[in-house]
Design a protein around this ligand. Structure first.
Ligand code: GDP
Length: 600
C-alpha cells in the first residue's frame, strides 16, 4: 500500500454548542478516558459529566484526528414555511421527473338539500373495492373509490363553508369541485356562493345536475342558469362538464366519475411519492383508548409507520395507520387519507402536517411555533386591511384589490359591483371575489382570509360569530350606508390615497405638584402619576381645568435624576415637555398614543 492511499479525509464529527465529556466521547466513538486525557493535555481538568463548550470540544476532536463541525442547526425546518405550506410552491419545487400521477381529491359543493350527502353515499356504494371489503366504512374524513382501475379521493365534508375554512387555514386540499345542483330547484344562493368560493380557489368545477329522476326536473333550465353564471355546459359548446345524475336512483354516477377523471387528466394532478410526506389534517380526535388520533390527507410524499410528524403544535412518531375500512396500513401514498395514531396532541382540521427527520427536530419546530404563537397573541394580527392595501399599492407591491361585497338586497349588487369594477386603471384593479345579498357571515370571513380580501358591506353588518372571527383573524370589514362613500373609499385605497385613521388612546395622567426651573433646560414639572402610566415615548397634553392648552412630545421623564421610560400609577416623577414651560399647580399632564382605528 503506498503512502497516498493511507491519507484519508478526516471524519466529520458534529458537536453541539455545549456537550458533556461523556457525550463528546460517544460522538467520536471512543472511551471518555481518552477525551479526559486529551483535555488534560490542553490544560482543562474535566470529569466525565462536565460540560465543555464547542471551542474546547473542537480542539479535542481535532487533536484526535476528527474534523469538528458545529452541529447543523435544525433551523432549516424550523425557520421555513411554518405550519402553512403553499401547495403551489410545494409541488413547484419538485423536479418534474419525480412527479407521478396521483388520484384527484374531490369536494362536493352545492345548495342545501340539493343532494350533496346523498351523492357522497351513492358514490361510495358504487365502489367495488368497498363492497368486497364488506362495505363497512369508518368515518375518517375522506374516502377513495375506484373507477376504471383508477382511484378518486372524496372529502367527506361537503359544502363551501368547510372547503373555504380549510383554505383560510392555508390548506389547499381540493383538486376538483363537484357542484351539485338539484334539477327541480335550479341555481340557488348557496350555489352561487359555492361557485365563487371554488373560483377564488382556482379549482375546476364539474356540475352534477341531480334529482333527474324527479318529474319536476328541468335540467335544461339549470344549464341555462349555469351558462348565465359563466359555466357554459360542454354540450352547449362551453368547457363545463355537466352530468345528469340521480343520487337516489343511482343514475349517472359512473358518468360523473368518468368526468372527474377526464378533468383530472387535463389538469396534471401529480405528486412525488419518493419524499417525506406532507399533507393536511382533515380531522383530529381524542379517543379514550387510542389517545390523540388524526385523519390526514397525504398530499405529497409517502407517509409510513415510524415516521415522525409535526402538525402545528402536535407531534409524534406514527405508531399505527388505518385506512377508511379500519385496516392497518404500512404506508400512504399521495392523495390517500389515513387515520394516524401516536401524536402528542390532537391537531385541528386544516392544519398542515409534515414528516421531519427525528423527534429532536419535531420538538424544536414545535417549540419555535409555540414561541411565535406567544409573541403573536401579545399583538393582534391584521390579515389585510384597506389601509394596508392603500400603502402597498403606493409601494407598488400589489396591483389588485380583492373584495367580497355583501348588500342588503339583490338589487344593490349590480350597481355597486359595476361601479367598483370601473375603478382603477393603469393595471390597478378591483377583483370582486364574491358578491351577494345577506349579512356578513363566517363563510365570508373565511373566504376573505383565504383570498386576502376585504369585506365591504352595504347596509348589512357582520353577525356576532363573523365579527368575532374577523377580530381574531384581523380581517377588515367596512360597512357603509351610502353607496357613494363605499365607492369613494375603495377608489382612494386603489389610488394609494387612503390615510389610515388614528384615534388617541390615553395611557395615563399625572398631576403637576411642583415646578423646578433648571438653567438651560427649562421648567420641569414635579408630578404624581394618578392613573395609567407616564410614558417617555408617548405624546402629552397639558389640561388646565379640563381644557387642553398644550399638545406635543415629552422631552424628559425622570425618577430621582434617572431617565426612565415609564412611571406607573402612584409614583412621583419629573416631566419636561417640548417647548412648554408655563405649568401651574393643578395642571394635568395627559399621556396618549395614536392607534389605528378599528373598523367594523
Ligand atoms: P344536502 O343538504 O345537499 O347534503 O342534501 P341531502 O343529500 O341531505 O338530500 C336532501 C334531500 O334530497 C333528501 O331528502 C334526499 O333524499 C333527496 N335527494 C337527494 N338526491 C336525490 C335524487 O337524486 N333524487 C331525489 N328524488 N331525491 C334526492
Amino acid at each position: 500500500m503506498n503512502e497516498q492511499a493511507q491519507i484519508r479525509e478526516p471524519q466529520v464529527v458534529e458537536i453541539p454548542d455545549f456537550v458533556t465529556v461523556r457525550q463528546l466521547a460517544a460522538l467520536m466513538d471512543v472511551t471518555p478516558i481518552v477525551v479526559i486525557k486529551e483535555l488534560m493535555k490542553a490544560g482543562v481538568m474535566a470529569n466525565i459529566n462536565q460540560q465543555i463548550d464547542y471551542e474546547t470540544a473542537a480542539i479535542v476532536a481535532q487533536e484526535m484526528g476528527f474534523e469538528p463541525r458545529e452541529e447543523t442547526p435544525i433551523a432549516e425546518d424550523v425557520e421555513d414555511e411554518g405550519p402553512t405550506v403553499l401547495w403551489d410552491r410545494l409541488y413547484a419545487a419538485e423536479d418534474p421527473q419525480n412527479l407521478k400521477s396521483r388520484p384527484p381529491v374531490v369536494t362536493i359543493l352545492g345548495h342545501v338539500d340539493h343532494g350533496k350527502t346523498s351523492m357522497l353515499d351513492a358514490i361510495r356504494e358504487t365502489d367495488v373495492v368497498a363492497g368486497e371489503a364488506g362495505g363497512i366504512t369508518q368515518h375518517i374524513g375522506a374516502h377513495q373509490v375506484e373507477h376504471d382501475g383508477r382511484s378518486i379521493t372524496f372529502l367527506d365534508t361537503p359544502g363551501h363553508e368547510a372547503f373555504t375554512a380549510m383554505r383560510a387555514r392555508g390548506a389547499h386540499t381540493t383538486d376538483i369541485a363537484v357542484l351539485v345542483v338539484a334539477a327541480d330547484d335550479g341555481v340557488m344562493p348557496q350555489t352561487v356562493e359555492a361557485i365563487n368560493h371554488a373560483r377564488a380557489a382556482r379549482v375546476p368545477i364539474i356540475v352534477a345536475v341531480n334529482k333527474i329522476d324527479k318529474p319536476t326536473a328541468q335540467p335544461e333550465r339549470v344549464k341555462q342558469q349555469l351558462a348565465d353564471m359563466g359555466l357554459v355546459p360542454d354540450d352547449w359548446g362551453g368547457t363545463t362538464l355537466c352530468v345528469p345524475v340521480s343520487a337516489k336512483k343511482q343514475i349517472g354516477l359512473e358518468d360523473l366519475l368518468e368526468a372527474i377523471l377526464l378533468v383530472a387528466d387535463s389538469t396534471e394532478i401529480k405528486a412525488n411519492p419518493d419524499r417525506p410526506a406532507v399533507g393536511t389534517v382533515l380531522e383530529g380526535q381524542l379517543e379514550r383508548t387510542r389517545g390523540a388520533t388524526a385523519t390526514v390527507l397525504v398530499q405529497n410524499g409517502t407517509l409510513r409507520i415510524g415516521d415522525t410528524v409535526v402538525a402545528r403544535l402536535a407531534h409524534g412518531r406514527i405508531r399505527q395507520m388505518l385506512d377508511e375500512f379500519g385496516n392497518p396500513v404500512e404506508e400512504a401514498l399521495p392523495s390517500t387519507p389515513v387515520l394516524i395514531l401516536g401524536l402528542s396532541d390532537v391537531p385541528e382540521a386544516g392544519e398542515m402536517f409534515k414528516v421531519v427527520p427525528d423527534e429532536r427536530t419535531a420538538r424544536a419546530i414545535v417549540a419555535k411555533r409555540q414561541e411565535e404563537l406567544d409573541a403573536r397573541s401579545a399583538a393582534p394580527v391584521r390579515a389585510f386591511t384597506l389601509d394596508d392595501f392603500s400603502s402597498r399599492i403606493q409601494a407598488g407591491q400589489v396591483r389588485e384589490l380583492n373584495l367580497i361585497v355583501k348588500t342588503d338586497v339583490q338589487g344593490s349588487i349590480e350597481p355597486i359591483v359595476s361601479s367598483l369594477e370601473k375603478l382603477g386603471g393603469e393595471g390597478l384593479k378591483v377583483n370582486i371575489i364574491h358578491a351577494a345579498a345577506g349579512n356578513i357571515s363566517e363563510s365570508d370571513i373565511n373566504l376573505a382570509i383565504a383570498s386576502h380580501a376585504i369585506v365591504v358591506g352595504f347596509q348589512v353588518y357582520p353577525d356576532a360569530a363573523a365579527r368575532r372571527m374577523a377580530e381574531n383573524e384581523g380581517v377588515d370589514i367596512r360597512t357603509y350606508e351610502i353607496i357613494y362613500k363605499l365607492i369613494d373609499e375603495v377608489d382612494k385605497a386603489l389610488k394609494g390615497l387612503l390615510e389610515p385613521t388614528y384615534v388617541d388612546v390615553v395611557v395615563g395622567e399625572a398631576d403637576v405638584r411642583a415646578m423646578f426651573r433648571i438653567p438651560k433646560i427649562g421648567v420641569i414639572a414635579g408630578c404624581y402619576v394618578r392613573s395609567g402610566e407616564a410614558r417617555r415615548n408617548a405624546r402629552a397634553r397639558v389640561l388646565r381645568d379640563g381644557e387642553p392648552l398644550y399638545d406635543g412630545h415629552v422631552a424628559s421623564l425622570k425618577r430621582f435624576e434617572q431617565d426612565v421610560r415609564e412611571v406607573r400609577t402612584g409614583f412621583e416623577c419629573g416631566i419636561g415637555l417640548d417647548g412648554f414651560d408655563d405649568f401651574v399647580l393643578g395642571d394635568v399632564i395627559q399621556f396618549y398614543v395614536k392607534e389605528r382605528e378599528k373598523t367594523a
